[in-house]
Design a protein around this ligand. Structure first.
Ligand code: TRP
Length: 326
């Protein structure tokens, strides 16, 4: 029997290169695991409830990104979270024993609330974000969760929820582990964290013109001011991108040539640009075909929903029996 993994992307924007690295990792897990990958549209609503117009559009766009980088609906179950009601049902049961103090203390919650000046996030839904995420994972009795490092605290909470439920009602859930891909740490074009709200993203779907513009103005190593200054690749954002898009031999060469100033930032970026255009051209071609094929996309989601519901409903029966509702 294969082990099960579950993971998702929040439908709050287009997917950028941070996601791209994670998706490529998801692709490699498809044979070894029974994979449940979902678009978390309910999680998008926790922050976008005042203006929901774009959520469905983002959901479809994310599905297209997934298929274009090689997630395979024959091997993996691909679906939209809100189409599988058991996620919400399990969340309600978890909310009975989830301690508010624990949720208030989560670093992701505190950070986001600090950035939000409008108080629009002082809501039950936003506080419950990680408990809903726990339901997403545990509804498939997943053994592992492939996510970026930024999600570590949410998976930790999920582990606590699983243990808490098992202690109260009996052993229903495995305690899942985190699977972190070993990838470079890509910052946005301005050197800050890559994020839609900073307008510094490079998207998976960006074409050659957008890539040229973004890489041309990309923040490199601020300590290397003149072409003749020796650089230090370890302090350079552009170098992190090379680690993802450039072959290992060239990466080593660029680092050495930066250190003795025999290569300048302009040439270094030109090499990166060529490699990125090349790496993203396959997905772009595939995206073009998929965008026109609504019937196929609908069919992928219909099949995914059906498969996900079968697994989720089976868990829900066990859960209800354990709690004493059945
Ligand atoms: N919170 C995750 C993110 O922002 C998205 C997500 C929702 C998720 N539910 C999940 C990830 C369950 C893994 C498992 O990226």
């Amino acid at each position: 029997m294969k082990k099960t993994i579950a993971s998702g992307n929040r439908a709050s924007g287009r997917l950028h290169l941070g996601h791209f690295q994670l998706l490529k990792y998801w692709v490699t897990l498809q044979d070894e695991y029974d994979c449940y990958y979902f678009v978390a549209d309910l999680h998008a609503l926790t922050t976008m409830y005042q203006d929901t117009r774009e959520v469905a559009e983002y959901s479809r766009d994310i599905l297209i990104d997934w298929l274009s980088v090689g997630l395979d609906p024959e091997r993996s179950t691909l679906f939209v979270q809100s189409q599988v009601p058991a996620h919400s049902e399990l969340f309600v049961l978890f909310s009975m024993f989830s301690q508010l103090g624990r949720l208030y203390r989560l670093p992701t919650y505190k950070e986001r609330l600090r950035e939000d000046e409008t108080h629009s996030l002082v809501t039950l839904g936003f506080l419950g974000y990680p408990a809903l995420q726990a339901a997403d994972i545990l509804i498939y009795r997943a053994h592992a969760v492939p996510v970026g490092l930024d999600q570590a605290s949410h998976v930790e909470l999920t582990r606590e929820v699983a243990r808490g439920f098992n202690r109260l009602y009996g052993n229903v859930f495995p305690v899942p582990t985190t699977l972190h891909p070993k990838v470079a740490n890509l910052s946005g074009t301005d050197g800050r964290k890559m994020s839609k709200s900073y307008d510094n993203c490079i998207y998976i779907s960006d074409g050659p013109d957008a890539l040229q513009k973004k890489i041309g103005t990309m923040f490199s190593n601020p300590e290397r001011k003149r072409r003749s200054d020796p650089g230090d690749a370890e302090k350079c954002n552009v170098y992190e991108f090379h680690k993802c898009f450039t072959d290992a031999e060239t990466v080593v060469r660029i680092k050495a040539e930066c250190a003795d100033a025999s290569i300048g930032c302009v040439d270094c970026k030109r090499i990166l640009l060529e490699n990125m255009i090349e790496a993203l051209s396959g997905p772009r071609e595939k995206r073009k075909r998929l965008e026109a094929d609504h019937a196929y996309l609908d069919e992928v989601l219909r099949k995914g929903r059906e498969r996900a519901c079968i697994a989720a409903d089976a868990t829900m029966r066990e859960v209800k029996k354990a709690v004493g509702l059945l």
